[in-house]
Design a protein around this ligand. Structure first.
Ligand code: NAP
Length: 292
């Protein structure tokens, strides 16, 4: 049981964490910081938090565990502002979609990283944002990646792990750099493709007709283009290197596919589609419904 959890930035991700822990009886008190009183009032009304403040020090006072759940682009400023309020016995974690940028931001702001700091990333979410979209089951049967640092104390890692497990999630650990490469390929690239596809089609003269006749496949493929643009802007900036590497690799493969269509290269087309279908079928069988 966490005696006091303080969530810095109470939106979809932070709000869902608070609701899940309360539902599981795994937290005694939840406090939160947000810039706007309106956000805190909404979190209070939903029963996600017991106390909210637009003053960071007030929101963090007495916390056993502090979770930074603001957009990634706001984290450098957040870590600078929260540094003076950290105490030696606090466990500090975050939910940012990129990990290298968060660790850099924390060490720039705090200096020597506290032993209580354990970066994390829930592989769960929706296209909605804001605390109004939060729900207690968001993390059920989802994966949470922790990227403990050399400085992270085993007790702090165990506390963060138990917190997520209490939400019904499965916790895995990996290195910071590896996390950013894996997520660039599995999450960031698909979001770029969905945004680019919808944008290209929307700017065509006949876009109304294209969307009118769009079938289920188009909807499935482009669902994630409804995600929060500001959040994805921040992720592109924060995970630039890993994203460029996977985008360049994909662009080369797409150019080859284009050339094969141009040349009427049936072997290439059939081989590519067959290989992709095999990989997708194996993936679906093994992992479907265990991740977003
Ligand atoms: P969200 O619903 O928009 O919530 C963001 C929260 O941070 C709100 O409480 C907001 O309240 C506050 N905030 C916004 N901008 C801020 C700023 N510049 N400085 C300080 N506070 C700010 O976002 P979310 O979807 O929960 O995402 C939060 C984090 O989770 C991000 O780091 C994201 O990368 C990560 N994440 C998201 C997903 C997803 O699918 N959504 C999945 C995994 C991880 P005020 O505006 O009142 O300050």
């Amino acid at each position: 049981m966490i005696q006091q959890l303080s969530i810095i930035g109470i939106g979809l991700i932070g709000g869902s964490l608070a609701l899940a822990l309360k539902q599981a009886g795994a937290v005694a008190r939840v406090t939160a910081y947000a810039r706007r009183q309106e956000t805190l009032d909404q979190a209070l009304a939903l029963g996600a938090i017991d106390y909210g403040s637009t003053d960071l020090g007030e929101a963090m006072a007495g916390a056993e565990v502090v979770v930074v759940a603001t957009p990634v682009g706001a984290m450098p400023a957040m870590f600078e502002q929260l540094a003076p309020h950290l105490t030696d016995d606090m466990v500090l974690t975050d939910v940012g979609s990129t990990k290298g940028s968060v660790v850099r931001a924390a060490s720039m702001a705090i200096g020597q990283l506290p032993v209580g700091f354990v970066p994390g990333h829930p592989i769960a979410g929706t296209e909605q944002n804001g605390v109004g979209a939060a729900f207690a089951d968001l993390y059920k049967n989802r994966r949470i990646i922790l990227t403990p640092l050399q400085s992270s104390h085993p007790d702090a890692i165990a506390t963060v792990r138990q917190m997520w497990e209490a939400c019904g999630a499965e916790v895995v650990e990996m290195g910071v750099e590896h996390h950013d490469e894996v997520l660039a390929a599995t999450s960031h690239l698909p979001h770029m493709l969905a945004y680019a596809l919808v944008d290209t089609l929307a700017r065509m003269d006949e876009s109304e007709e294209i969307f009118e006749f769009a079938a289920g496949g188009f909807r499935d493929f482009t669902r994630i283009a409804s995600s929060n643009p500001a959040m994805w802007h921040d992720i592109c900036v924060a995970n630039r290197e890993a994203m460029l590497s996977v985008l360049n690799r994909f662009s080369e493969d797409l150019a080859q596919l284009t050339a094969a269509i141009e040349a009427g290269n049936s072997d290439y087309l059939l081989q590519t589609f067959t290989r992709a279908k095999g990989a997708r079928d194996r993936f679906a069988e093994k992992f479907e419904d265990s991740n977003t």
